[in-house]
Design a protein around this ligand. Structure first.
Ligand code: KIV
Ligand code: ZN
Length: 397
C-alpha cells in the first residue's frame, strides 16, 4: 500500500480502550454468558487492546463475577470496571478488580443540564462535589483512575472545564469526554477537546479520551477528530456494538489510523490481523449479525462483482482496495461472479476451477454465464463448472 507512515518513534500512541464487554453488552439483546465474556476478553488481550472494560460490577452479581474472572485472566492489558459516582459503586468495582495485574476504575457522572436536572436532580455544585468525592475515593484503590463527564458534548463549556479540572486535581489520570448520545460533529468535537487541553490547568498531565456513540453515524469520524484535537485514547467496541446505534467500531478506528498514517500520525498496539476473528467471535456471542457492507469486517468489504473493478483488481489490487485483506485477517480478495462480472474475471475463475478454454469456447461460455447470471442471483462455482462442462460436451459432439 502506498501510504506515507512516519516511523514509529515519531508517532504518538493512541490507546485503545475496548468496551465491548460493558457498553457493548448494554446493547439490548446482546448479553453474554461468563464463558463467552472470558473468550472475548482473552481474544482482546491477545489482539493488543490496551484497556479492557470488563463490566459494571455494581450492576449485577453476574457482572461482578465477570469482572472478577476477567481480572484474574488478563495478563497483558489493563482491566477496567465501571462505577457511578457513589461509594458503593466504587468499592464494588475495586473489589472485583482486586486480582488484576493492572487495574483501572472508571467513574462517571452526568454533567449536562439535562442529566443534572432530570436524571440526577443535582445542581452544578452538587455534581462538582461528587466528582471530587468519587475520584478521590477511586484513587484510594488504584493510581489508574479514569473520570468521564457523561453527556459532555451537551454540557456548558465553563462547567465542563471546572469538573475536568477537579477530576485532574483529585488524581484522575485519564479524562474521558463522552458523546453519550452521538450528538456532536467532527469539527465541533475536535474543538471541544482542543479547548479543554488549552484551558484546563493540569490537562497536559493526563490522557484525554473519546467515547463516541453512533446515533448520527459519526462515532468513528468524531473519535478520529477527537484524536486530531489532542485525545490519545479512543473508547470503542468490536463491530461497534453498544447502546442504541452503538459505539465507535474498534476495527474502523484502528484501520483508519493504520491506513491513513499520512494524516493520523499515530500508532496503536492492535494486531490488525486478528480483527476478523474478533468480529466473528463478538457477532457469534452477541447474536448480532455483521452487515454485509460493514467497513473492514463485512462479508463484502473485500469482495468485488463489477467487471471494471474485477479487471482492475486482477491487474493491481490497489486500484480498488485501500487495505490488504490479510492485514485484517481476511484470507484474500474475492471476485464474486455475477451479472456485472467481466470476461477477465470469468477467464481467471475458469483457470482457478481447472478449465482452459480456447477463444471461441470461452466466448460462448461467457455469453451463457451472463444469461445465467441475469436469471440467478448467486452464481456458484458449481454453476460455472456445469456450464463449462456442458460447453465442452457440445464442442466435442
Ligand atoms: O456513553 C457514555 O457516556 C458512557 C459512560 C459511562 C462513559 O458509556
Ligand atoms: Zn457509552
Amino acid at each position: 500500500m502506498t501510504t506515507t507512515t512516519p516511523t514509529a518513534d515519531k508517532r504518538d500512541q493512541v490507546v485503545i480502550f475496548d468496551t465491548t464487554l460493558r457498553d457493548g453488552e448494554q446493547s439490548p439483546g446482546a448479553s453474554m454468558t461468563l464463558e463467552e465474556k472470558l473468550q472475548v476478553a482473552t481474544l482482546l488481550d491477545e489482539m493488543g487492546v490496551d484497556i479492557i472494560e470488563a463490566g459494571f460490577p455494581i450492576a449485577s452479581n453476574g457482572d461482578f463475577e465477570a469482572v472478577t474472572e476477567i481480572a484474574k485472566l488478563v495478563k497483558r492489558g489493563v482491566v477496567c470496571g465501571l462505577a457511578r459516582a457513589g461509594n458503593g459503586d466504587i468499592d464494588r468495582a475495586a473489589e472485583a478488580l482486586k486480582h488484576a495485574e493492572r487495574r483501572r476504575i472508571h467513574t462517571f457522572i452526568g454533567t449536562s443540564p439535562l442529566h443534572r436536572e432530570f436524571q440526577l436532580q443535582l445542581n452544578q455544585e452538587q455534581v462538582y462535589e461528587r466528582v471530587v468525592s468519587s475520584v478521590t475515593r477511586a484513587r484510594n484503590y488504584t493510581d489508574d483512575v479514569e473520570w468521564s463527564a457523561m453527556d459532555a458534548t451537551r454540557t456548558e463549556a465553563d462547567f465542563l472545564c471546572r469538573t475536568v479540572e477537579a477530576a485532574i486535581k483529585c488524581g484522575a489520570t485519564t479524562i474521558n469526554i463522552p458523546d453519550t448520545v452521538g450528538y456532536t460533529t467532527p469539527a465541533e468535537f475536535a474543538d471541544m477537546i482542543r479547548m479543554l487541553i488549552e484551558k484546563v490547568p493540569g490537562a497536559d498531565e493526563v490522557v484525554f479520551s473519546t467515547h463516541c456513540h453512533n446515533d448520527l453515524g459519526l462515532a468513528v469520524a468524531n473519535s478520529l477528530s477527537g484524536v486530531a484535537g489532542g485525545a490519545r485514547q479512543i473508547e470503542c467496541s468490536i463491530n461497534g456494538l453498544g447502546e442504541r446505534a452503538g459505539n465507535a467500531a474498534l476495527e474502523e478506528v484502528v484501520m483508519a489510523i493504520k491506513t491513513r498514517g499520512d494524516i493520523y500520525p499515530y500508532y496503536t498496539n492492535i494486531d490488525t490481523t486478528m480483527l476478523m476473528r474478533a468480529s466473528k467471535l463478538v457477532s457469534a456471542v452477541s447474536a448480532f449479525p455483521v452487515q454485509y457492507n460493514k467497513a473492514i469486517v463485512g462479508k463484502n468489504a473485500f469482495a468485488h462483482e463489477s467487471g471494471i473493478h474485477q479487471d482492475g483488481i486482477l491487474k493491481n489490487a490497489e486500484t480498488y482496495e485501500i487495505m490488504r485483506p490479510e492485514d485484517v485477517g481476511v484470507k484474500s480478495t474475492s471476485l464474486v461472479m455475477g451479472k456485472h462480472s467481466g470476461r477477465h474475471a470469468f477467464r481467471e475463475k475458469l483457470i482457478a476451477l481447472g478449465f482452459e478454454l480456447g477463444d471461441n469456447a470461452l466466448q460462448d461460455a461467457f455469453r451463457r454465464f451472463k444469461d445465467l447470471a441475469d436469471r440467478k442471483k448467486h452464481v456458484f462455482d458449481e454453476d460455472i463448472e456445469a456450464l463449462v462442462e456442458d460447453e465442452m460436451t457440445q464442442a466435442g459432439e
